[in-house]
Design a protein around this ligand. Structure first.
Ligand code: IPE
Ligand code: IPE
Ligand code: MG
Length: 249
């Protein structure tokens, strides 16, 4: 039985979020430049999208570039932007053919214009895809997102569009860039680090965390299925007791 066949279709994570880490170390371990690692990382993205689609995962969010990544050397930032533009433009037909729609979260205003244009074009072109929603976190960080949401809520309150009493968890969720996307069930981080690096802090309140030492460029179909199977072995209690959950079934 293959790993894919072992996955219980009744208990799928609806949304998997991935912190794709380890491109630089993958390249270094081969005596290559960091850019090579990022290039190889693109192939891993394609494999992950295909695997998620085969496993019927509805939402896949990929942390592609963080707010903090703007502090990397200028050459590396430029290389990452160019690679992103190249990849989404080249892969738009593949995405369309496979029913993948693209969405982005993050501060699009900080992206160079050519990157923003390419991204918006890809979002428009793939809008009809209903199989998988691929959410690209670009120039994203949770603290940025939460501060931006607070600003918008305050503005709307000042203008009288909402009352302070209306502010609750649901309303705040609607002001986040992830509005309409279910919270991640499973958060995967590759590359061996065990931290969240300012990613989906609000949305991962009840996500299951899965860490693997595999560097992102080496992450493939089987690795994704392994993570899903590990997730399916967990008991999600949401604060309740095991006995309560058994009784509810
Ligand atoms: C992840 O790989 C890709 C991005 C952050 C854009 P890294 O570039 O962080 O690789 P390491 O962590 O240095 O190995
Ligand atoms: C997190 O990786 C950001 C992305 C994967 C895009 P980093 O490599 O930038 O995170 P830190 O610096 O190790 O926390
Ligand atoms: Mg890293």
């Amino acid at each position: 039985m293959s790993l894919l066949e072992k996955i219980d279709r009744d208990r799928l994570p609806a949304h998997i979020a991935i912190i794709m880490d380890g491109n630089g170390r993958w390249a270094k371990s081969r005596g290559l430049g960091r850019g090579e690692g990022h290039r190889e990382g693109i192939s891993a993205i394609k494999r992950a999208v295909e695997a998620a689609s085969k496993a019927s995962v509805r939402y896949l969010t990929l942390y592609a570039f963080s707010t903090e990544n703007w502090n990397r050397p200028t050459d590396e930032v430029k290389g990452l932007m160019d690679l992103m533009v190249y990849a989404i433009s080249k892969e738009t037909p593949f995405l369309k053919k496979n029913g993948v729609s693209i969405r982005s979260i993050g501060d699009k205003n900080r992206l160079p214009e050519y990157a923003r244009t390419a991204l918006e074009e890809c979002i428009r072109e793939t809008a009809g895809g209903v199989r998988v929603t691929l959410v690209l976190a670009l120039s994203y960080s949770s603290k940025w997102e939460l501060a931006a949401a607070a600003k918008k809520i305050a503005n709307d309150a000042v203008k009288g569009y909402l009352q302070v009493e209306d502010i609750n968890e649901e309303l705040l969720g609607n002001y986040l860039t992830t509005c309409g996307i279910p919270d991640p069930d499973l958060l995967i981080r590759t590359g061996g680090e065990q931290r969240i690096s300012n990613f989906l802090l609000w949305q991962c309140a009840y996500a299951e965390f899965y860490f693997t030492d595999i560097f992102w460029p080496d992450f493939g179909e089987e690795a994704l299925y392994k993570a899903i199977l590990n997730y399916q072995g967990r008991e999600r209690r949401y604060g309740k007791t095991s006995e309560q959950l058994e009784f509810e079934q």
